[in-house]
Design a protein around this ligand. Structure first.
Ligand code: RP5
Length: 162
């Protein structure tokens, strides 16, 4: 799709194993997206251009994942009014707490909706994006409700031995 409503961006190729959890869920829900490597530190001009053109390109939600000194989501939020959902990627040195703190404590005025560390956070970012887009899309709202119902129905009433 030429102008997808969702942009998934990440600081490095190494983030993709986490961020593809978001991509997979968007696929399941029939939501078009683009996935790009945009690094706050290594490609700051790319970050600037992405944020500057986001509204005109029709992006409605940006999911931004990064690890360590994870400035990507916050910097993107400073450059565009398109809602930014941040995903703290789990790191080896500090288990992603560094990523979480780098994303979470934004100053007043430039919010980032921060998810949990790692794969669950990436999946939830996609569900959060779906919820936002569903506000103006009845067919997507139905698909999201069906997805949620299916998840609930998959949870057994009682535990079994492993
Ligand atoms: C961050 O540094 C990226 O978001 C990534 O999580 C982390 C490590 O990047 P690589 O050294 O694996 O490229 O900018």
């Amino acid at each position: 799709m030429e102008n997808p409503p969702v942009g998934i961006i990440m600081g490095s190729q190494s983030d993709w194993s986490t961020m593809r959890e978001a991509a997979a869920l968007l696929d399941d829900l029939g939501i078009a997206y683009e996935a790009k490597i945009v690094s706050a530190h290594r490609t700051p001009d790319r970050l600037w251009d992405y944020g500057k053109t986001a509204v005109d390109r029709g992006l409605q939600v940006i999911i931004a994942g990064a690890g360590g000194a994870a400035h990507l989501p916050g910097m993107m939020a400073s450059k565009t009014r398109v809602p930014v959902i941040g995903v703290p990627v789990q790191t080896k040195a500090l288990s992603g707490v560094d990523s979480l703190y780098s994303i979470l404590q934004m100053p007043r005025g430039f919010p980032v909706a921060t998810m949990a560390i790692g794969a669950a956070g990436a999946a939830n970012a996609a569900l959060m994006a779906a919820g936002i887009l569903a506000l103006g899309d009845d067919a997507l709202a139905k698909r999201l409700e069906d997805w949620r119902d299916a998840l609930s129905a998959s949870i057994p009433q009682e535990p079994v031995d492993d």
